[in-house]
Design a protein around this ligand. Sequence first.
Ligand SMILES: Cc1ncc(COP(=O)(O)O)c(C=O)c1O
Length: 365
Amino acid sequence: MLKEYKDNFYRDDSRLHLNNAGLSPISRPARDKVFYWAERFYQEGFYSDKDYMSDVFHSRVSLAKIIGCNSNEVAFFQSTASAISQLCFHFPLSTGDEVITWDQEYASNLYPWQEACKRSGARLVIVDSEKDYSTPVNNILSKITKHTKVVAISWVQFLTGSRTDLIALSKVTREKEIFLFVDVMQGLGLHPFNMKEWGIDAIAGGSHKWLTSPVGVGFLALDTKHIEKIKPHNVGAYTYGSCDDPTDLFCTPKKDAMKFEAGSKQVLEITALGASVDLILKTTVLEIEKEVLRHSSGLQRGLIDLGYEVHYNNSSIINFLPRSDSAARLAAIPCNFALRGPGIRLSPHAFNTDEDIEKVLKALA
Ligand SMILES: Cc1ncc(COP(=O)(O)O)c(C=O)c1O
């Protein structure tokens, strides 16, 4: 299975992909899907109408499977930020309410909630991580007050890969009727996840990291019990029905998450995302996680043996404090990486090989 997964990625030994937490190469099925729809649109135009819509629907179903929700709870957007904006600008917040988040959140999660708090008079409570960048759930729980309305955090932090225990967190948020929102961008497709079973109210993420598909798709999954309360941010033909409906000044929005998709969609990107998710589901997330953790823990051990200080939290992300020539040595392989937070961030995926990891460690020795 894993071999089949790896075979579905382009291999070029002169380029190492170790910034998959930034932008991962896309899978072969994702690439094929883009070509497929480009060709059909080129040849058929409107004659492909029904087929492309049913392929977009297939992507919605596949994505719902990997999220652990129903397909009618999933809405597509252009980015994670736009998916989060949809939720937070229409979430019923008012003066005195509190929204809790971590101090190391990626801007696509932090800024929308910060702005929603500004507009509504709510207070954004920023919780300190530990000195080693870990994000223990107790730090969040200790900040919950009777004013807390939302906890809005990333599952896996983009700087250091620190993971928050969502099951422990949701036990408390459910008991206290606090809305739990999770940015799953750095974890979905990489670690097993289940929105419903874990008691999470809403999640958002995007296509181009661990889901190995083209840049340009964000998604929101919102539990059915909240959908009616959240008004659509963008409004168009698809908010109410389809492009074939007569114009109506008194129509009511759809009852499912599709009401958040105002108009036509990014068919090539969304169907490519579905194809990549199918590959992940076929391989299984558990297999992918096992391989990723084998690579990341191998990197961690190797870097420690070489005398580097390493931040590692049992995810794909390793962050180490570089020496003066570390970046140049990596660039010379060449291997891509990111400068993030305390140091250099490396993030192997399951398609990476043992030789990739050895090459990096040799270059940094
Ligand atoms: C935690 C997290 N959320 C979201 C994103 C992406 O946000 P957007 O799709 O808005 O560019 C990233 C990284 O790019 C991220 O690390």
